[in-house]
Every structure is written in structure tokens, then in C-alpha cells.
Design a protein around this ligand. Structure first.
Ligand SMILES: Cc1cc2nc3c(=O)[nH]c(=O)nc-3n(C[C@H](O)[C@H](O)[C@H](O)COP(=O)(O)OP(=O)(O)OC[C@H]3O[C@@H](n4cnc5c(N)ncnc54)[C@H](O)[C@@H]3O)c2cc1C
Length: 499
């Protein structure tokens, strides 16, 4: 459609089916946008920002739409970056990619170079690099190698005010001065530093630790943009420094009779630097119909563990697992079809749980689905959440990246049990209290968004002001992805509460 007030080279959609298509991401929300725009280039984005300012609408970026916190939808303008901003360029030292490049395509491109990006979410077939950076995404191998943030060398982005920033170059004076002022205050604020440093490794919200980790304002800004869910700028180019691919040297599936033993094993295994430690509980296995991940009455949970340093390291790890009271230990031959199957079954857990819930007529909203905790607290937190769900009479499944404390807890809600909104609020509020007790957070791997940010301010107390100050510096008029971190509605607003 041509819009006389918005003369761009890309495309503008106002038809009902396009608006409907972009009214959902992978979260539980539905919000019909006003416009969906496919910008052809940066110039188009500048025009969209100008137009949004004139009509008072918020601008929300969309990469793959696989986000689980409701941050890629909005009642304003959706910028769909996938169709045209998806270049993948292989330079000698680094990869340069557009925000719309699909992660799986990118992985295929780097495979030939013998490189890997270890932070690969299970949604890799549809998520895109812009969304990966904006959520600071993870994958099983984050246990050893970190999030995508560890591989970012620089970014190019457009601010709400229309400045094009390339963090390889000098920053605009307002940004450089402003960020260094916030940094100075933060460095002198021992209470806030202790709070942010003490949060679990995968905790979401702005990447405040960048303020103390880096000195160069360009680096600080690059790493603050990572995890900012499109609220600080629109990323148009991503530069990544990758590492050589490191194949598995040993893969295991260890089935535990008790969660306490499993939790203790995770902490022991971690001393041997595993590349991945993934988890699924008995309830998860009972619902996914796996061939390797099979539920047994005696099994409380399984760990899927990979070592990639050496055979000796893998052997040491195996011995550690054998020292626990296991129901079964599967040693999966390296490079075998069984190894591929194990990781495929792990990858399929969430879609399989969704399918199971649909069949039962249950509602399974993304509410406490990416809790971040300290790894050492895993068993205690699991047990408390389990008790909570039993008291509230909700069946629930738990799985996730236990190796770095990212836990996906999925309670099932049955419409016949009463008011769903009240049930959701009760579970979320009480789960939040459990997490507070252990210094954990509801805002974890999938980062901030409509379903959890409201708890961020409560969690951070006075230190939340740093997030407000950073937002005010980058986007003083609150144009970008409004109402996803600040000024939030109750988490059940706009939630689809049907199975
Ligand atoms: C089955 C399944 C498994 C998953 N497994 C994992 C996992 O293992 N690890 C993990 O981390 N996540 C996981 N996720 C969550 C999700 O896939 C990730 O958060 C992913 O990084 C989102 O990427 P996307 O391209 O789909 O982003 P989108 O959903 O399109 O957007 C996510 C956020 O990024 C912002 N954004 C997008 N592009 C830009 C841009 N160019 N500039 C600024 N902001 C932008 C959006 O506005 C939004 O706030 C999973 C999701 C599903 C459905």
C-alpha cells in the first residue's frame, strides 16, 4: 500500500490479514498493530521514525517473532526486518549480518568456515539475528561459552531520534557523554553494583554489568544494546567474532531418581567445564513422547550432558555422574544418529508440550517460563516451585538449561478450575516470591517484555532507576517498543486465554 505521508522504498501493510499475522509472537499475547512496515533500508527506517513521531505511535522491531515474552508485538508500528535486511557477509575476521538474517541460514554459512556460534536457541529455524541480539539469546552451549553477547564485536543501529550509530566509530556526543555520566554514577554506587553483579548469570533487563565491564563508551553501548528488546535503538547491522567449532567428545543422558541428587550432580559436573548441561523433569518426559527421553515411574529428571574439550574430560564427567544414585546412564556414541536424536528431542520439548496442552484443552501461558537462578540453588528452587504448584493444584513441567541456571517452568491451567486470570496472577506472584528468596529472577533468558517486566522494578528496587536513565538517554520520547519494560499493564492484559 502507498501511504502519501510515508514515502518509502519498502512496503506498508494495513490489510487485516497482515495485521493479524503480526498480532502474535510465540508468547501468549495478541495485539493488533496499526501498521506493518517492511523497510528496504536504513533510509526507510528514518522515515518511519519521523512518521511515528508525527502520529504519536510506538515502533516495535520484529525479527523472527519467536520471542516468548510478548516484546515483538505492539498496538503501533511493527517493523518487519526479515524480508529485506537479511544479508550475511563473510569477512576474514568476522561475520557481518543484517538483523533479519535467519539464525539457521547464518549457522549454515559459518559451518563451512569451521566456526561456531555457541548461543543457539531451540528456535533457530525461525528466529533471526536481530532478535537474538535484542534478547541476548542463549543455547545449551551457553553453559561453557556465554550468550550471544560474548561474540558481539560491534553494532550499527538507529536511535529513536534518527541518529545512525556505528559502534566502531565515535559515538554521537549526547550518547558518549550521557553513557559515561551514568557509568560514573554506577561505579560509585556500591549497592547497585553488588545487586547487579549478584544476579544470576542469565538475568535479563538491560545489560547493566556492561557499565563496569567495559571502559570504552562504544563497547558499553554495544553491550547495552544486547538484551534491550528494541527499546533503545533499531539494530541494522551486527558484527560477530566467532570461535572455531568444537565437536563433542562425550555425550550422556543421566536419569536421576531424585531432584536433590540431580541438583548436586549439576554442581559437581560443572567443575569439569561441560559444554552443555540440559534438564527435563519427569512431567516433561511423560508429555513429549521421546524415544531417548522416556518417562519412568522411578525417574525424577534427566540431565543431557556434553563435553567438548577432550575424551579424558568426558570420561571424568561420566565418572562423576556414575557416583550418584542413577536409574540409568546412557553413553551416547559421539557423532552417532542417537546423539542427533537426543538434541533433537531436547529442541522439540516446548513445541511438544504446547501440542500436549492443546490436546488436553489446557492453557500453558509463558509466565514463569524463563526463570534465572544460581545453579547451586536449582534443587531447592525446583522443590519450592513444585510445592507451590501442588498447593495451587496445577500440574507443571520443568526443563531448561540447568547448566547456567535458566529454567523453563510451565504450569498448566485448566479452564474448569476457575478464573484463569486470577490463577495466573497467583502463580506468578507466588513464584516471584520464591525467586526473591533465592536471589533469582523472573526476567531471565527470554528477557523483558509484557509477561514479566513488571516484576523487574520490584526485584531491583532503587537500582531500577539505572534502566530508566538509560532509556531516557537513548529514547527520551519513549518511541521504541513502549510498554515492554516501563509503564506496564497487568501481565494478563492482552493475553489469549484459550487453549
Ligand atoms: C521453541 C522455542 C525455543 C526457544 N529456545 C530458546 C533458547 O534456547 N534460548 C533463548 O535465548 N531463547 C529461546 N527462545 C526464545 C526466542 O527464540 C529468542 O528470544 C530469540 O532470540 C528471539 O529471536 P527472534 O528473531 O524470534 O526475535 P523476535 O521475537 O522477533 O523479537 C524479540 C525482541 O527483539 C526485538 N528486536 C528484533 N529485531 C530487532 C532489531 N533489529 N533491533 C532492535 N530490536 C529488535 C523485538 O522488538 C523484540 O523485543 C525460544 C523460543 C521458542 C519458541
Amino acid at each position: 500500500m502507498k501511504n502519501p505521508e510515508l514515502d518509502i522504498s519498502g512496503r506498508v501493510y494495513t490489510d487485516q490479514s497482515s495485521l493479524e499475522r503480526f498480532s502474535r509472537d510465540a508468547s501468549s499475547y495478541r495485539i493488533i498493530p496499526k501498521l506493518v512496515i517492511e523497510p528496504a533500508n536504513e533510509d526507510d527506517i528514518l522515515k518511519v521514525l519521523d512518521y511515528a513521531g508525527k502520529i504519536g505511535e510506538t515502533v516495535t522491531c520484529r525479527a523472527g517473532g519467536s520471542g516468548l515474552s510478548g516484546a515483538a508485538i505492539s498496538p503501533g508500528i511493527i517493523l518487519n526486518l526479515k524480508p529485506s535486511m537479511n544479508r550475511i557477509e563473510d569477512l576474514d575476521e568476522e561475520m557481518v549480518v543484517g538483523p533479519g538474517a535467519v539464525l539457521e541460514d547464518f549457522l549454515a554459512a559459518i559451518r563451512d568456515r569451521g566456526w561456531m556460534l555457541p548461543a543457539v536457541p531451540s528456535s533457530s529455524a525461525w528466529c533471526a539475528l536481530g532478535g537474538n541480539v535484542a534478547t541476548r539469546s542463549t543455547g545449551p552451549r551457553t553453559a561453557r561459552y556465554g550468550t550471544i553477547d560474548s561474540f558481539l564485536s560491534s553494532l550499527r543501529f538507529i536511535t529513536a531520534g534518527g541518529e545512525i550509530v556505528d559502534t566502531r566509530e565515535k559515538l554521537p556526543p549526547f550518547l558518549e557523554k550521557g553513557i559515561m555520566k551514568i557509568r560514573e554514577r554506577y561505579l560509585a554506587d556500591a549497592t547497585s553494583r553488588e545487586l547487579f553483579d549478584g544476579r544470576p548469570f542469565i538475568a535479563g533487563g538491560y545489560n547493566i554489568r556492561a557499565l563496569s565491564r567495559y571502559e570504552d563508551p562504544r563497547e558499553i553501548v554495544t553491550h547495552l544494546m544486547a538484551g534491550s528488546i528494541g527499546t533503545l535503538g533499531i539494530v541494522t547491522e551486527i558484527r560477530l567474532n566467532l570461535i572455531p567449532f568444537s565437536p563433542s567428545q562425550g555425550t550422556y543422558a543421566a536419569f536421576f531418581r531424585s531432584i536433590e541428587e540431580l541438583g548436586a550432580a549439576v554442581n559437581d559436573i560443572k567443575r569439569f567445564n561441560p559444554s552443555a548441561v540440559e534438564f527435563a523433569d519427569g512431567s516433561t518426559m511423560a508429555k513429549i513422547g521421546g524415544e531417548l527421553l522416556t518417562a519412568e515411574p522411578e525417574v525424577a529428571g534427566v540431565l543431557m550432558v556434553e563435553f567438548d574439550e577432550s575424551r579424558e574430560q568426558a570420561e571424568q564427567g561420566r565418572k562423576i555422574m556414575e557416583s550418584f544414585d542413577l536409574w540409568k546412564l546412557l553413553t551416547i556414541p559421539v557423532g552417532s544418529p542417537a546423539e542427533t536424536k537426543l538434541w533433537e528431542e531436547r529442541r522439540r520439548i516446548l513445541p511438544s508440550l504446547w501440542a500436549h496442552a492443546r490436546k488436553k484443552g489446557w492453557i500453558v501461558p509463558s509466565i514463569i517460563d524463563d526463570v534465572a537462578i544460581h545453579v547451586s540453588d536449582f534443587a531447592a528452587v525446583y522443590k519450592e516451585l513444585q510445592k507451590l504448584m501442588t498447593n495451587l493444584r496445577h500440574e507443571f513441567s520443568v526443563f531448561g538449561h540447568v547448566g547456567f541456571g535458566s529454567i523453563h517452568a510451565r504450569p498448566y491451567f485448566e479452564p474448569e478450575k476457575g478464573n484463569i486470570v486470577e490463577q495466573i496472577m497467583e502463580v506468578t506472584t507466588q513464584a516471584f516470591r520464591v525467586l526473591q528468596k533465592y536471589g533469582g529472577t523472573l526476567v531471565g533468558e527470554h528477557n523483558a517484555g509484557r509477561s514479566r517486566s513488571v516484576y523487574l522494578e520490584q526485584e531491583l528496587g532503587g537500582s531500577f532507576q539505572y534502566l530508566r536513565d538509560i532509556k531516557a538517554l537513548f529514547d527520551p520520547k519513549d518511541v521504541l517498543n513502549r510498554n515492554t519494560i516501563f509503564d506496564l499493564a497487568p501481565i494478563t492484559d492482552n493475553m489469549e486465554l484459550a487453549s
